[in-house]
Design a protein around this ligand. Sequence first.
Ligand SMILES: C[S@@+](CC[C@H](N)C(=O)[O-])C[C@H]1O[C@@H](n2cnc3c(N)ncnc32)[C@H](O)[C@@H]1O
Length: 376
Amino acid sequence: MPDSQIRSEVIRADFFKEVGYTTVWEDERIISEGLKPRNGERVLSITSGGDFSLQCILSGADVISLDFNPRQNFLLEIKKGAALSLEYEEIWQFLGLKPCSNREQLFIRVSEHLSDDAKSYWKAHSEKIRSGIMLSGRQDRYLRLVAKVIKLIQGKESINRIFSAGDLQKQQDIYDKYWNIRLWRCFGSLIFNQQIMNHFFHKDHFRYARKNEHPAMIFRRQTERIFRDIPLKDNFYLFFAFNKTYPGPENCPAWLKKSNFSALKQNINHLSIISGELEQFIFSQPDNSIDCFNFSNIFDWIDENNFIMLMGETARVATKGARLCYWTNAINTKRDLAILKGKVEEISEDHDLSGKIYSNCRTTGYSSCTVGRVKK
Ligand SMILES: C[S@@+](CC[C@H](N)C(=O)[O-])C[C@H]1O[C@@H](n2cnc3c(N)ncnc32)[C@H](O)[C@@H]1O
C-alpha cells in the first residue's frame, strides 16, 4: 500500500490488541436499506465483527473487508471458513449460539480455509473456540454485563414478560407498568459511568467526546427507548445480549439466516479480507472503482481535517451514484457531511433515509447514523 499523508490516531490503543467485537452492534438495516449493495458491485466494508461484510456478499456484490486490527479479520476468516465447511446447524453450534460438545472437531474442518496467521491465532486461543467465539469480543462481554445488571434490577420474570409481549402496544404497557421503577432510573449511573466505559473500551474511544451531557443520561434514555419504543420481537441484538444466542433462524443477522444460507455459500468467495488502515488503503484504490462504503463508526476517532481528506479520497474512488454509511457513537462528535461544502462537493447526506434508519435502530450507543450519496 502506498504511504499516504495520514495515519490512524488510535491504532496503538490497547483495545485493538485483542478481538474487540465478535458481533456488529450497529443496526444492519443500514446495509439493507441504506447501502443496498447490488450484484456485481464493489463494496469496501470495515470488518468489525464481520457481519456487515458477510451481509453485503448475499446480493452477489464483491466485498473488500478492511480492518487495521488483524484479529478482527481472523474472526471474519473463521465465519467465512464456517460458511465454507459446515452445515447450517453446525455453524450455530460452532460459533457458540447452540450447545456443542465437539467445537474443536468442527474447528479442524473450518481451519482448512484459514490463512496461516489466522490458524495460529485461533490455535493459541483455543479456549475461545471451545466456549464459542461469538461471546468473546470485548464489546460483546460489556453488553452481556449490561444485560446482567438489567436482569438484576428488573428480575427474570419482568425480562421474560417484556420480551414475549408480542406487539408494541403491549410492550409499552408492560414497560410503563412494571419497568419504570426507582432503581431502574439509577441504572444509567450504575453501568454507564466513565470509569466502567474506559475499562471496557479504552479512553481513545472517547477522544472526541462531547462534554455537554453526562453519558449516563444519554445511555439511560437510549436503553429506555429500545425497551419501550422499538419492537422487541425482532430485536435480535438485545435478545443476544440477554440469551447468548438469537431468537431463531430467521430472527438473527442477515448473513446467518437460514433463508440466506445458500446465497452465503454460493457467494462466500466474493469476500476478500485485508488488514490495514483506511487512511492508507483508500489512497491505493483506483478512481471510480467502489460502489458502496461501510465505514462503521471509525470517524469517531478521526479528526475533522483527516475526515475531510478521507472523504475527498472516497469521492475520488467512488463510482457515480455510490453510497456510503457510518455511525456516530452516542457521546462523540458527529463528523457531518455538511462540512464538506466547498471542499468535497460530490458527497451529500440523504437526511430522510439516515433519519428513518436511526429512529428505528435496535441498538443503543449511537447518536446518529449517516447515509450519503456520491454525485459525479
Ligand atoms: C469502529 S469499530 C466499531 C464497532 C461497532 N460499532 C460494532 O458494534 O461493530 C469497528 C472496527 O473498525 C476498526 N477500525 C477503526 N479505525 C480503523 C481505521 N482507521 N482503519 C481500519 N480499521 C479501523 C476497528 O479495529 C474495529 O474492528
